[in-house]
Design a protein around this ligand. Structure first.
Ligand SMILES: CC(C)(COP(=O)(O)OP(=O)(O)OC[C@H]1O[C@@H](n2cnc3c(N)ncnc32)[C@H](O)[C@@H]1OP(=O)(O)O)[C@@H](O)C(=O)NCCC(=O)NCCS
Length: 162
């Protein structure tokens, strides 16, 4: 498995993983799939801001991606980011997130990031275990701030201070 910076050619695969997470999971609290143009705009904005978008590649195919962006827009929050990590459903449990996340954290450390925040649906045991294994600690729980698939969702905040 190779971890590398994403390029434009990876966007269809990133889009497929992203839209699958919208359709089938509570990892993204969105009900509408996005178009390739929107993902391209997201990617270009991240790259223009010097923010990493990493992909995990196996046999020439992208099976997962990880990134971070501003946690909140006001300047006082500029040393804090919010991360995301998504793996193709057919490739989960094969170590892609394990490979992506340490590289993402290294990028944060090498930059000016002081704190990484992960907002995770409280019942997403896999993602919570992944982040805790990487040193993130649960710092907050916001009950019933989301609604998807006909039910309320709780948001757990996990944080890694670098
Ligand atoms: C959460 C997710 C990113 C994990 O990616 P993955 O490549 O399947 O994870 P890995 O195989 O690298 O496993 C990494 C660690 O995550 C945890 N983990 C992953 N899947 C798990 C599961 N089903 N149950 C419990 N722990 C799990 C474990 O701690 C694991 O470490 P270990 O193998 O040493 O025990 C992936 O399942 C996914 O994309 N899920 C849907 C989207 C999502 O929830 N994204 C996170 C949003 S906050």
């Amino acid at each position: 498995m190779q971890i590398r910076d994403a390029v434009h050619a990876d966007l269809p695969a990133i889009l497929e993983i992203h839209n699958d997470a919208i359709r089938t999971t509570t990892a993204i609290w969105d009900e509408h799939e996005v178009e390739l143009d929107e993902r391209r705009a997201w990617f270009d904005a991240r790259r223009a801001a010097g923010l990493p978008v990493l992909v995990a590649e196996v046999d020439g195919g992208v099976i997962g991606f990880a990134s971070y962006g501003p946690w909140r827009p006001k300047t006082g929050y500029r040393f804090t980011v919010e991360n995301s990590v998504y793996v193709h459903p057919e490739h989960r449990g094969q170590g892609a997130a394990n490979a992506l996340m340490p590289v993402l954290i290294d990028r944060a450390r090498a930059g000016e990031v002081h704190s990484i925040v992960a907002g995770i649906e409280a019942a997403n045991a896999g993602s919570i275990a992944l982040h805790e294994k990487l040193g993130f600690r649960r710092v907050a729980l916001l009950p019933e701030v989301g609604f998807k698939f006909g039910r309320w969702l709780d948001l757990a905040y996990l944080q890694l201070t670098l």
